[in-house]
Design a protein around this ligand. Structure first.
Ligand SMILES: [Zn+2]
Length: 307
């Protein structure tokens, strides 16, 4: 069983309406690949491409939710919409859970009502920014590197109340620390360790320790850029190095995977699409106990769901 905390299949389905979740050639994640790889819960991110004008972003978030229900949930009876532990517990053995997440608060502009609406529609986790700035905070590529705005603090407080994850992947370092002060359910859905790959999207040791201390989660991502400086050589062994480092900082119960399939153009060797999770599982089994492997692949994320 696998819990994958991040993929961008929804964005691809939105960009190309002719693409099918059954057999879309350009998709890393399809329904058959989820089945084959024994993925039990897959998070699907609503990510609004940066080229979309500000005033259209909320509508496009709604369009992606529409695609999520029409092209995934309603078309595949074995794929169930889940937003809580209870929903996951209710899945039959051959059923798969699909969770909705938001990547970047650009979609809500400065409106708490838009955020609340997305939560009511079933968004379980909210990433505050993509790489640039928005009304909530600065992202990791924003040179200014500012932290949370007053509105951003309201957003995090609301997520606490609503018992949803606050996703710190993509945030500037300053914003990360601001979030750590007030967030009750922080995660980094798709980020690796800065120690083994110094990239602004990765987490420094003190950030990893802070997430562990806050009972948060870190999803290791398979994006070659975030795995190693020599991205052409990125492979499963790099995934294991990042995993081991998080464990060495005390994070064995706070680490899982957030592949970012469909969110990357190049892929790591042996991790070309969601089916390849089986390769990772084989490799994990060589190095860790059955219990540890089960935790990394599924139970850690499951245990940390706020509701
Ligand atoms: Zn991302």
């Amino acid at each position: 069983m696998i819990f994958d905390a991040h993929c961008d299949a929804l964005m691809k389905l939105w960009m190309d309406r002719s693409l099918s979740f059954q057999d879309g050639k350009s998709l890393h994640v399809t329904f058959p690949s989820l089945l084959e790889a024994k993925i039990k819960v897959q998070c699907f991110a609503i990510y609004i491409p940066e080229t979309v004008p500000e005033e259209a972003r909320f509508t496009i978030a709604l369009e992606m939710i529409d695609i999520f229900f029409e092209q995934m949930i309603e078309r595949f009876p074995m794929l169930k919409f889940v937003r809580s532990k209870r929903d996951i517990d209710a899945l039959e053995e051959n059923e798969i859970g699909a969770m909705l997440t938001l990547e970047g608060c650009d979609a809500i502009g400065t409106s708490l009502v838009k955020l609340k609406t997305l939560l009511r529609l079933g968004v379980s986790s909210v990433g505050l920014t993509w790489n640039w700035s928005n009304a909530v905070a600065d992202g990791s590529w924003e040179v200014r590197g500012a932290g949370l705005t007053e509105f951003g603090k309201q957003v995090v407080r609301h997520l606490n109340e609503a018992k949803r994850w606050v996703d710190v992947s993509h945030l500037s370092e300053k914003a990360f620390w601001d979030v750590m002060e007030i967030a009750q359910f922080p995660i980094a859905s798709h980020s690796n360790t800065y120690r083994f790959c110094p990239h602004p999207r990765n987490l420094r040791d003190e950030q990893i320790r802070a997430l562990i201390e806050k009972n948060g989660m870190i999803g290791i991502t398979f994006v070659p850029y975030f795995l190693t400086k020599e991205k052409e050589k990125a492979a499963i062994s790099d995934v294991l190095r990042h995993l081991e480092h998080i464990c060495s900082l005390g994070g064995a119960r706070h680490v899982g995977f957030g592949s970012d399939f469909d969110g990357m153009e190049e892929t790591a060797k042996g991790l070309e699409n969601a089916r390849c999770y089986t390769n990772l599982v084989n490799e994990l089994q060589k190095h860790y106990s059955e219990d540890e492997v089960e935790r990394f692949l599924f139970r850690n994320f499951y245990d940390h769901l706020p509701q």
